[in-house]
Design a protein around this ligand. Structure first.
Ligand SMILES: *Cc1c(COP(=O)(O)O)cnc(C)c1O
Length: 376
């Protein structure tokens, strides 16, 4: 039996239409020029493609193209956002983030802690949510930035970034949001949000790996310092030859996400509900994280049974027992521990994530596979 893919939160395949768009910027007969080569048509064509992609990304997230900086992915975007602010910080030495964040934020904040910044690590409530009041209570006069994610990659839970942004702005701090798991799943309107920096990744939304973007709003722009130097690309914020085919892929994937979002999310909500109900009806299976404030795409379940056969489940389902980034270390998920699970419960938790190509047959097979791995 081949494995069925339930790990869309780790990465997604590139949509076929996106691959076609990327191919137009790779080979000899394509628009392969360096987008910085303004003196000839090869470069000018590539520049046009890059700027079209920038508009496509901007449109999905409700901002204008000139607020977006290309990066190699959300990891780099998170690093640039936090280190870029820290490098230029004058007097403000306090950072607020949470224990639920992706390693790209956690490890960056830890590094800044070693560099002399003070970090407040917010703990989630019992449902795995970071409440606006908890953020407000952590703010200080010297808070530089608050960094939180929109959709949690392990739990699928949502953070109320609109309410939090208002509170952060009132206190004069900046607000960074990691939205790597959000694009295509929830609407994002940066123009209407008190958010100053937002990280994006292409490969969580049916685009290629190795490309992402950082939104830098006008309040953050003068307070940022580049972390990669060499030519002054991207308004001086991130040097390096632009990866035209990757960028075109991200633009194409985000445009497609905008077109498909309504219908796709309705379909996935149906499948997600079916999967959730099917699994929660099995003995000893519990949902990790808030049952309401969430996207339907990602389900994290604790299978509280001493003889649950996780390895057996891995033979028929491709899923994740923790975030892919933690899997390398085999440590229990820091997110589940923050939620109050003990190590044993964290080890017997699984994350199933659905996406564009998940079918009803996949969902039925997944429920059956989990059932089979419980002691009969
Ligand atoms: C995947 C992910 C990242 C890392 O993105 P890359 O583009 O792979 O570097 C960061 N944050 C969240 C929430 C993610 O899900």
């Amino acid at each position: 039996m081949t494995e069925r893919y339930f790990d869309y939160a780790a990465t997604t395949p590139i949509d076929d239409a996106v691959i076609q768009d990327m191919l137009a910027h790779m080979g000899r007969e394509s628009t392969f020029g360096n987008p910085a080569s303004a003196s000839h048509s090869f470069g000018q064509g590539a520049r046009r493609a890059v700027e079209k992609a920038r508009r496509q990304v901007a449109e999905l997230v409700g901002t204008s193209a000139d607020n977006l900086v290309w990066t190699s992915g959300a990891t780099e975007s998170n690093n640039l956002a936090l280190k870029g602010l820290a490098a230029a910080a004058q007097g403000r030495r306090h950072i607020v983030t949470s224990s639920l964040e992706h390693k790209a934020v956690l490890d960056t904040a830890r590094q800044l802690e070693r560099d002399g910044f003070e970090v407040t690590w917010l703990q989630p409530d019992a449902e795995g949510l970071i409440q606006p009041e908890a953020v407000a209570a952590a703010l200080r006069d010297d808070t530089l930035v608050v960094s939180l994610m929109r959709v949690n990659n392990e739990l699928g839970t949502l953070t109320d970034i609109a309410a939090i942004g208002e509170r952060v702005r009132q206190r004069g701090a900046l607000f960074h949001v990691d939205a790597a798991q959000a694009t295509g799943k929830v609407a994002i309107d940066l123009a209407g949000l008190a958010v100053d920096l937002m990280s994006f990744s292409a490969h969580k939304s049916y685009g290629p790996k190795g490309i992402g973007a950082l939104y830098v709003g006008e309040r953050a722009r003068p307070l940022m310092q580049a972390q990669i130097h060499g030519g002054g690309h991207e308004q001086g914020l991130r040097s390096g030859t632009l990866a035209t085919h990757q960028i075109v892929g991200m633009g194409s994937a985000f445009a497609l996400a905008g077109e498909l979002m309504g219908e796709e999310n309705q379909r996935i909500a149906g499948l997600g509900a079916q999967l959730r109900e099917g699994l929660l009806s099995l003995p000893g299976v519990r949902l990790n994280g808030c049952a309401r404030q969430r996207v339907p795409h990602t389900l994290n379940l604790c299978i509280d049974h001493p003889f649950f056969n996780v390895q057996g489940l891995g033979r028929s389902l491709a899923f994740s027992s923790t975030s892919a980034c933690n899997s390398a270390s085999r440590a229990p998920s820091h997110v589940l521990l923050a939620l109050g699970l003990d190590a044993t419960q964290a080890y017997s938790s699984i994350r199933l994530s659905l996406g564009r190509y998940t079918t009803l047959a996949d969902v039925e097979a997944a429920i059956e596979a989990v059932r089979q791995c419980l002691p009969q």
